[in-house]
Design a protein around this ligand. Sequence first.
Ligand code: G3P
Ligand code: CA
Length: 245
Amino acid sequence: MSHRHSEIFAHRGSSARCPENTMAAFYGAQADGADGIELDVQLTGDGQVAVIHDHVLDRTTTGTGLVRSHTMDEIRQYSAGSWFSPAFSEERVPSLLEVLEWISSTPLKLNIELKCPAWDRQELAEAVEQLVRKCGVSKKVIYSSFDHLALKVLERLSPDTERAALIGGTIIDAEKYAVQNHFSGLHVYYPMIDEQTAEAIIGRGLALRLYTVNDPDWLAYFLKQGVTAVMTDDPRSAVDIRKGK
Ligand code: G3P
Ligand code: CA
């Protein structure tokens, strides 16, 4: 058993109990005792930054079509909660600005995952960084992306802000890859990591956060191992497991 303390990040907010990537899910994460929140961002048609996972509106809103083909005002007309439950029908797709303004007055950390096609990389990274700077929250932010080149753009814009590469598979010498590319951490799909690799990553002073860990046995395992953080849809249950309940 490790003496290291693991943080609990609410994946898309408290998304097991609330519609993902909504203010209700983010408030829920804080109420559940999470240490941080993970959310997804994309550019809208008018160059604003919306908090939504899919590239299309269809699954999580009452709208249809590409996020990039709608203005933020248009997107805000749709419900982002009724797909989950009628109780959440008033929820809207948040702007990143709305989340940043709220989170600045909380102790929560914020993992902003940039979801961008290559052609939007520069514009999305610039727009996100500008908002984070404006709200003065860069110290509590961790940028992540499957697009590692987006993280290199962010390195140029804000060298001191944490950046973590998302990894959905196995990378040989992952810790060397991270160090070479000036990433402060790796966010890894949890079935892809073995204990030796985890220790190699943490041993190099890198953050290791695992997604998306919902199974209670795996949560207990990784919390005991002392990874930097687990990302979970159900932070309330993870907090209970960490307390040994
Ligand atoms: O950031 C970790 C995780 O959220 C990546 O996968 O599809 O849930 O955004 P996804
Ligand atoms: Ca994500």
